[in-house]
Design a protein around this ligand. Sequence first.
Ligand SMILES: Cc1cc2nc3c(=O)[nH]c(=O)nc-3n(C[C@H](O)[C@H](O)[C@H](O)COP(=O)(O)OP(=O)(O)OC[C@H]3O[C@@H](n4cnc5c(N)ncnc54)[C@H](O)[C@@H]3O)c2cc1C
Length: 240
Amino acid sequence: METYTVSLKARREVAERTTAFLFEKPAGFRFKAGQCLNFTLLDPPETDAEGNTRTFSIASVPDLGELMVATRMRETAFKRVFKTMPLGTPVKIEGPFGNFTLHTNETRLAVFLTGGIGITPFRSIIVDAVRKKLPHRLFLFYSNRRPEDAAFLEELQQMESRNPNYRFIGTMTGLEKSKRSWQGATGYITKELLGQFINELTTPVYYIAGPPGMVTAMRKILHDAGVSDGGIRTEEFAGY
Ligand SMILES: Cc1cc2nc3c(=O)[nH]c(=O)nc-3n(C[C@H](O)[C@H](O)[C@H](O)COP(=O)(O)OP(=O)(O)OC[C@H]3O[C@@H](n4cnc5c(N)ncnc54)[C@H](O)[C@@H]3O)c2cc1C
């Protein structure tokens, strides 16, 4: 694992209370779509008991010159500094690490199950697969309370038209509080919802990312559907 110092290039809101941070990608830094990094603030103006380091999945794709991460903004010292530091501020990154990457056997479906900020590694894997025209069939099940909360929503929807092997299945659990229209599914991701799109539930490779509660809930659904642990890969966003 390598360490580098990188500068913040840009910040943009990608959903309500959710911000993407773009950093320059250091020369020679290579990663695989789905991997993550440790970010450490250098000499921050404030800190708290959780310290100056957080792990974030890389949401951007490997062959571009930038590194993007995205996070839910909360009132922690780390995130306040991340949100307000001037463009050009250096931070330390360490990585990449993790093996939450797309399997090579293109005959097996890839099914991505996530909600909220757990979308970050899947945004990287799916955009990468579309750009490289990978032959894998990809199904993204993406649950949020409202469209306003769903990071990268339009982009993930629109990529269906660029890759016939990719299906986007968004579902909203709190639409009554939304001001936006929504034509897709509502309610939680369930075995029944999966079954509407996937004929044989026991054969795909399943990827689950997000807060530990989400990962546990999705794993239970898959077990109930007869999927063995051998077909399930998970990335727990410890800290939520
Ligand atoms: C492999 C991996 C990949 C990850 N990828 C991402 C990613 O792409 N994007 C991302 O956002 N996060 C990701 N995380 C989680 C991330 O590292 C942080 O733990 C998370 O963002 C929380 O950081 P924080 O500063 O908000 O809270 P921390 O200060 O780290 O809080 C730690 C604890 O305090 C509690 N806490 C703090 N604030 C609140 C609050 N407002 N409400 C409730 N409880 C609170 C939480 O229970 C938490 O356990 C990843 C983690 C791992 C391990």
